[in-house]
Design a protein around this ligand. Structure first.
Ligand code: ATP
Length: 251
């Protein structure tokens, strides 16, 4: 462990500070008596890409689900751009621009690609969702009439990401979008994420491809057994022992 996570978080975080896209303090979550999150604190500075890494069962997905309001924490506080959200319903959190692409989901498989894109555009938005989606991932253009469930895994994730971006997130949380995909497809998805970050969207990314995540991220948190065990910039991580200690991923 090269860094004390709490010292790092405290040095970078100020409660109620609107300068953070996301601030999480002291989250505790249990599933039926089994504690999944012990004391999770993290910050995502505005416009930054933060990667959350760690082995299976570490609590990464639970952290994202708690932030998006799908799971209620036993204790802890969460702010989005200075607004406290940990007691709000999921739909109200989404209205603040928090968009969550859950692991292996994010599309309607029995609808066409066109319908999936159309449904993702906010009613008031002056955008053409089909043109936007195809501009982002051109391969979707030749798949518009196909059922989303019949797309390849990579195309499904492209559609899921296109749908998420259509909602014009201020904070985009993406859970293992690269799962099971070929490196070239992962590269295309990460390019889209990188472009959105450059445009000012804040990202919290759960990843299994450690090296790819380190390339994408400004800051990295490592979780294990429900707690943050390391935090720093990617260069610290590359030179530290944590990747080999905690991450048995395919990178
Ligand atoms: P993975 O990469 O395998 O998805 P993760 O780091 O995202 O792992 P979580 O899915 O958040 O980890 O799981 C954290 C802990 O909570 C694990 O011990 C897991 O078994 C448990 N857990 C997760 N979801 C549930 C659930 N719905 N009911 C009971 N226990 C759960």
């Amino acid at each position: 462990m090269s860094t004390d996570p709490h010292a790092y978080v405290h040095a970078h975080a100020h409660a109620d500070s609107p300068s953070y896209a996301l601030e999480v303090r002291g989250l505790r979550v249990s599933y039926g008596g089994v504690q999944a999150l012990r004391d999770v604190s993290l910050v995502v500075p505005k416009g930054a890409v933060v990667a959350l890494l760690g082995p299976n069962g570490a609590g990464k997905s639970t952290t994202l689900r708690t932030i998006s309001g799908v799971i209620r924490a036993e204790s802890g506080r969460i702010w989005v751009e200075g607004t406290r959200i940990d007691r709000r319903a999921a739909y109200r959190i989404a209205r603040l621009g928090v968009v969550h692409v859950p692991e292996g989901r994010g599309i309607f498989p029995s609808l066409t690609v066109r319908e999936n894109l159309q449904m993702a555009a906010p009613a008031a938005a002056a955008v053409d969702p089909i043109a936007e989606g195809v501009a982002l991932f051109p391969v979707l253009g030749s798949r518009l009439r196909q059922l989303a469930g019949s797309l390849s895994g990579g195309e499904q994730q492209m559609l899921a990401l296109a749908r998420a971006l259509m909602a014009q997130p201020t904070l985009l949380m993406v859970d293992e979008i690269s799962m099971g995909l070929a490196p070239i497809v992962v590269g295309q998805l990460f390019d889209a994420l990188r472009a959105r970050a450059a445009a000012g969207v804040s990202l919290l990314v759960v990843e299994q491809y450690v090296e790819a995540a380190l390339t994408l991220a400004d800051y990295v948190y490592v979780m294990d057994k429900g707690a943050i065990v390391d935090v720093g910039e990617p260069a610290d991580m590359r030179h530290g022992a944590l990747a080999t200690a905690y991450l048995g991923g395919p990178s």
